[in-house]
Design a protein around this ligand. Structure first.
Ligand code: HEM
Length: 576
């Protein structure tokens, strides 16, 4: 039997179409709003601005000019005509980092899902990420990290012995590539602090694959940009299956690296549990059956390393052992993440600090005087010595991280429709003023950390200049606290703030507000210790020619690069 549609039905259908239309219109309008934000013109639909952003001769060649011309919020083109937002304005950056509305951008998410499984803190999302972070933070608390200081000092002594040998052979100095030397020290620091292992104990397979993974991540070319733009648009499942195809060398390498990292993690877990059982039983007979490498390392019997904390079996812990918040499988999965996330970033930070010292000899002299002064205090202090009291050393670290931030640009994508607040309104290409930016789910934004660090409105006219004194004379930017350290974005901020950043809480008054500031404690401790030892004993110089030849390029991490495109930091090292 035919029925005439009732008025109610007609009304409902019309309402439905109106809703669809308004939704569609809203989305279209939002899309066009981002497209209407001023930005540099692009003459390539395929690459957009990505080559200029990620592959310039010197990182920032284009980006810093764009920021100067278009301000701290502007539009660039990604591959295949995509509109992206570049952000160095603290207000929208806070929104991106501190809300749940954003996740890793497509290319970054793809690289992370390739390298880590979802049991690793970096590869996990949502509530699992929250739980893993809470569980892993135990190894990076203030008191935990304070105990790693002797480990870093031991690594620093080994590093200085290595340089002593070079200086003995060339007393007047010879150009020495500091990059591999610092990379080795950094790997050594990581393996000591994480597992109480020497680099040799990590095993050849792990070390070789780890180095190959880092060099794979360090190669960036237009072809790779395109490949990543295409594959990151493929459905996740398809892409994951692709990575399991045998015979593709890069995928084989990544799969092997995951396996080797997990094996190292499992080996350490087993050894630590055995050792803890021996300790608990106090059975001297069992102790004598343990291998010497398990028992001799002083770090193992004094404080405990990150894995000891995460297994809840620290030798010094007065707490009754409790069940670890991580399963052993989950803990083993963190091994690769910790090494990959911590090794290259720390190397980059230390090498650039040395390069800055080589370029600024008078600052290096002042710093050395401070180091020699504190070296006497250190040798007389029976209780732990704190590097936090050294103004010039800490000013060097902050200024070098500001000017040469290892994670220069980080991609994020909105997971819901949201509105980005702005510090200052933007005039759109159609003349309208925009006070906040409505963006659609999927919109990609770049957390332009390097640009934020050189934003002249925030850091002053000399924002592009290396001037450590800004941290001592109160001229460093003291606005909204963004990152955990010194208002810098080097460790990003929010839920995915660098885990390797040891933190404690302090309250500091900014104008009439109290804001939470987080103090440095771990990767900076490593920087403090290594730089202290190096500056105490050696002078670093770099000829004018060499300075002009060196570039800073960003592939995964910002690194110094020689004219032939290889990474390197040749400095003349002499004993002082
Ligand atoms: C100067 C040294 C370091 C710098 C500049 C640095 C920087 C960063 C940045 C920018 C991120 C955020 C990446 C993103 O979400 O896009 C990050 C995350 C992370 N970092 Fe670091 N890092 C450093 C040292 C370390 C060390 C020593 C470790 C560990 C031992 C470490 C472990 C991690 C982990 C596990 C994450 C992922 C956190 C998460 O996704 O929740 N980092 N780091």
């Amino acid at each position: 039997m035919d029925h005439d549609p009732s008025l109610l039905q007609i009304f409902s259908v019309s309402l439905f179409f109106c809703k669809c239309f308004s939704c569609f219109y809203r989305r279209l309008k939002q899309k066009s709003i981002v497209a209407l934000i001023p930005g540099p013109p692009s003459n390539s639909w395929i690459f957009g601005h990505m080559k200029h952003l990620l592959l310039p001769a010197n990182y920032g060649d284009f980006e810093y000019t764009w920021q100067k011309e278009y301000g701290p919020v502007y539009r660039i083109k990604g591959c295949f005509g995509e509109d992206r937002l570049m952000l160095s304005d603290p207000l929208p950056l806070q929104h991106v980092l501190n809300t749940n509305f954003f996740t890793h951008g497509p290319a970054l998410a793809q690289a992370i899902s390739l390298a880590f499984d979802d049991k690793a803190v970096m590869g996990a999302h949502g509530s699992r990420h929250k739980r893993l972070r809470a569980a892993t933070q135990v190894g990076f608390t203030a008191s935990a990290v304070r105990g790693y200081q002797p480990l870093f000092e031991r690594v620093a002594r080994r590093l200085t012995e290595q340089l002593e040998k070079i200086c003995a052979l060339y007393p007047d100095g010879t150009p020495t590539d500091m990059l591999p030397i610092i990379a080795e020290a950094s790997l050594n620091s990581m393996s000591q602090a994480l597992l109480s292992y020497s680099t040799e104990e990590l095993g050849k397979d792990f070390v070789t694959n780890n180095a190959k993974i880092l060099s794979l991540a360090a190669t960036h070319s237009p072809t790779q940009l395109l490949a990543s733009a295409i594959t990151s648009r493929l459905p996740h499942l398809f892409w994951r299956l692709l990575t399991h195809l045998p015979g593709i060398p890069d995928f084989d390498l990544i799969r092997n690296a995951k396996v080797f990292a997990k094996q190292v993690g499992w080996k350490a877990i087993r050894e630590k549990l055995t050792l803890a059982a021996v300790r608990d039983s106090g059975d001297s007979k069992s102790e004598s059956t343990s291998s010497p490498s398990e028992l001799e390392s002083p770090s193992r019997v004094t404080h405990g390393d990150v894995f000891d904390f995460l297994l809840n079996i620290c030798p010094t812990s007065s707490n009754k052992p409790q069940k670890s918040a991580l399963t052993h499988e989950e803990l083993a999965s963190q091994t690769g993440t910790f090494f990959i996330a911590g090794e290259e970033t720390t190397t980059s930070a230390i090498v650039f600090a040395l390069l800055e010292l080589a370029k600024h000899q008078s600052f290096q002299d002042e710093l050395r005087a401070e180091v020699h002064h504190f070296a006497k205090i250190k040798s007389n202090s029976e209780a732990g010595f704190s590097y936090d009291n050294m103004p010039l050393l800490n000013a060097l670290i902050k200024e070098s991280l500001r000017i040469n931030t290892p994670g220069a640009a980080q991609e994020r994508a909105a997971i819901v429709d949201t509105v980005l607040p702005l510090s200052n309104p933007i005039r759109l290409l159609n003349g309208e003023m925009l006070h906040s930016i409505p963006i659609r789910k999927g919109q990609v934004v770049t957390v332009a950390a390097a640009s934020y660090h050189r934003n002249e409105v925030l850091w002053g006219d000399d924002a592009h200049k290396f001037r450590p004194s800004r941290w001592l004379d109160g001229t460093a930017f003291h606005g909204r606290a963004l990152g955990p350290y010194a208002n810098l974005l080097s460790f990003l901020g929010g839920q995915r703030v660098c885990l390797g950043w040891r933190f404690a809480l302090a309250f500091r008054a900014y104008s009439r507000r109290y804001v939470l500031t987080v103090l440095n404690l771990d990767s900076l401790l490593e920087m403090q210790v290594l730089l202290f030892e190096l500056v105490e004993k050696f002078r670093f110089t770099c000829s004018e020619d060499e300075r002009h030849r060196l570039r800073a390029q960003f592939a995964n991490t910002l690194m110094p690069v020689l004219p032939d495109g290889t990474r390197g930091a040749p400095l003349v090292v002499t004993r002082c």
